[in-house]
Ligand binder design. Sequence first.
Ligand code: GAR
Length: 210
Amino acid sequence: MRKARLAILASGRGSNAVALIKAAQQENFPAEVVLVLSDNRNAPVLDKARSLGVKAIWLDPGPKCTFLIPEVEKRWVEVLREHNVDYVLLAGFMRVIKKTLLDAFAGRILNIHPALLPSFKGLDAQRQAWEYGVKYSGATVHFVDDSLDSGPIILQEPVKVEDDDTPESLAARILEAEHRIYPEAVRLLAQGRLRIERRRVRILKEKHGG
Ligand code: GAR
């Protein structure tokens, strides 16, 4: 069976990108990472992806800091199409996705967020949760829609906040959870096992035999 073709969009360190690439390099994984795109010329993710044999390129993000203007998003879409990408995975991509990219990959863009959504949207979610004093935070993989961190939720993993945690120690354990649930969500997606029913994502059982 043809493997689904994945592109990862990332702005920084790239630990989720590495987790996804390594998972996809396992023999029975139903998808392959064909491209990593970064808006940050100096992002470590670029070299990390290349060292794992994945094409990684910096693309000009244009004049704005928090999103890509429509003409720039159009160029990013062209590059994704040139690589026959089926699904786009945001992995620490620090820009809001706008209409041009959303329309081009409707229902085919995923994001990882370091909190149990809908709590603690936006930046520095691990610190937000720690400062609020929650007893559990965690990680969420969700479909991307036109609002920030708000699309239908695919998988979540809770992480207990310990009394002696700092924002950094909590973030480190949340990151381990991210590295588990993101590849798992992508596997389910590529196997065609996710059904969105209004806001709810139903996970279909694995098919056995024919
Ligand atoms: C991850 O913790 C990811 O969940 C978060 O950025 C980090 C990127 O780390 N994303 C967001 O906060 C998006 N709202 P990585 O570059 O090592 O994968």
